[in-house]
Unconditional design. Structure first.
Length: 205
């Protein structure tokens, strides 16, 4: 991989190039990279229809992950975060339940619901989030760490082994995943336009 993403021209392998239709607004096409990150995380989670999933963290990548889960047919999808605006966005792009973690922890929600998650996508980088994610994942489930966090959390190998949990790290995406994300955008399957809350007409014009 070569450097220079903000240069006027950059040399990249041909396999990484995906053309966008001329009729697709550049605003929509610009979502391809982050949607690919979220889609790759969903792919690693190995979930499908009827699988309850938690997205821990509703920042940009968490929101794209929610879209990816909806496209995969997973659900119910529970999103957990602190920002009011981002929690509203989570509901707008497909989350079935949205938790304000300042008022109710994920652990408490699971205790009240009586159901753990088939997968947890940890997108928050919040202290303790990874440890809590392990605790609320059902036996045989998967925890996907998506956030780039400096935390070095303790890991109980006994719990990991006895519950048969799987761990996966998702930082980027494959060429195939990128092409899938672009196809979703071209065909209008991902509601990325709902993430735009404000436009500056002076800049756009």
């Amino acid at each position: 991989m070569s450097q220079g993403a903000y240069a006027q021209y950059a040399a990249v392998p041909a396999r990484q190039l995906v053309s966008l239709p001329e009729e697709l607004p550049i605003e929509i096409g610009s979502h391809a990279e982050p949607l690919s990150v979220g889609t790759q995380a969903v792919k690693l989670a190995m979930v499908g229809p009827g699988d309850p999933v938690l997205v821990y963290g509703v920042g940009p990548i968490g929101l794209y992950a929610i879209m990816g889960l909806r496209l995969a047919g997973a659900g119910p999808i529970v999103a957990a975060g602190r920002s009011e605006g981002r929690r509203k966005a989570a509901a707008a792009v497909g989350a079935d339940v949205v938790l304000d973690t300042r008022e109710k922890t994920v652990t408490r929600y699971v205790e009240e619901a009586g159901v753990k998650f088939a997968a947890v996508l940890e997108c928050s980088a919040a202290p303790g989030a990874f440890t809590e994610a392990l605790a609320v994942t059902e036996p045989g489930g998967t925890v996907v760490e998506v956030a780039l966090t400096p935390e070095a959390p303790p890991l109980s190998l006994f719990g990991l082994l006895s519950e048969g949990l799987r761990l996966a790290g998702a930082c980027a995406f494959s060429d195939e995943t990128y092409r899938t994300a672009v196809d979703h955008l071209i065909n209008g399957r991902a509601p990325v336009e709902r993430l735009v809350s404000l436009r500056d007409s002076a800049v756009i014009g």
